[in-house]
Design a protein around this ligand. Structure first.
Ligand code: HEC
Length: 209
């Protein structure tokens, strides 16, 4: 047999093998039905194949804002601003301090000196330079001692008169109660209230920082 014929036969054979292999594969995938194809042929099983595509950000004109009054799924806090700021302390006084005061003192110390001391002074006597200018009241008076914990919590949250609200800065409930507990500690540490009603410098040493 001439060399050339052998080459031609070999090439033809190779081509045939390749063709069979590929068409074999194609035939298998093209012609043998897959179970999925069978399922979707039945109309009420076709929802996986013909489902509606959802593009969450396809519509820019639909803002995904939460509606007013939305609360976290863990529950929210009621809003008694209108009542409290009108001078009615009923809801405020009903609040129960849920904390163990001693456990929050370090936290309360930091928070009080961050948010309150600028006006109410380091000891709560309202003897800071700014406190005098804005008319901040001493937290050591009989009146301030007489407020319920809930009242102090509410004044931190909503402010009162010239005092701005701090609820948006001290937004964790536990942090607000920590401040309440710290104010109580300042009151306990200070000299009896009678001596504090006049704007004299505090007689007690500063609390440990
Ligand atoms: C910008 C200054 C300022 C800051 C900061 C401030 N207060 Fe006041 N606070 C005031 C003023 C002014 C008043 C008097 C409000 C009024 O006339 O009703 C007041 C009143 C109070 C009273 C009522 C005292 C009373 O005898 O009726 C309490 C309690 C109080 N503040 C606690 C706090 C606490 C706690 C913080 C920190 C979260 C704080 N304040 C931060 C200015 C301030």
């Amino acid at each position: 047999m001439p060399k050339r014929t052998v080459l031609t036969v070999l090439t033809a054979l190779t081509a045939l093998t390749a063709l069979t292999a590929f068409t074999g594969c194609n035939w298998y995938y093209d012609k043998v039905p897959s179970p999925d194809d069978l399922m979707k042929a039945i109309p009420w099983f076709d929802h996986m194949v013909k489902s509606r595509t959802v593009h969450p950000y396809a519509r820019a004109d639909l803002p995904r804002n939460t509606v007013p009054g939305t609360v976290p799924i863990t529950g929210g806090e009621a809003d008694w601003a209108a009542e409290f700021l009108s001078g009615n302390t009923a809801t405020a006084d009903r609040l129960v301090n849920p904390t163990v005061p001693d456990a929050t003192l370090a936290q309360g110390d930091t928070l009080f000196h961050t948010f309150c001391a600028v006006c109410h002074g380091n000891t709560g006597a309202a003897d800071s330079p700014i406190g005098r200018r804005v008319g901040a009241l001493s937290l050591l008076t009989d009146k301030a001692r007489g407020y319920s914990d809930g009242y102090l919590y509410s004044i931190v949250r909503y402010g009162r008169g010239l005092m701005p609200r701090y609820g948006d800065k001290v937004y964790r409930h536990g942090d607000r109660w920590a401040i309440v507990n710290y104010v109580r500690k300042l009151q306990a540490a200070a000299a009896p209230a009678a001596a504090m009603t006049s704007p004299t410098p505090p007689t007690s040493p500063s609390p440990p920082r």
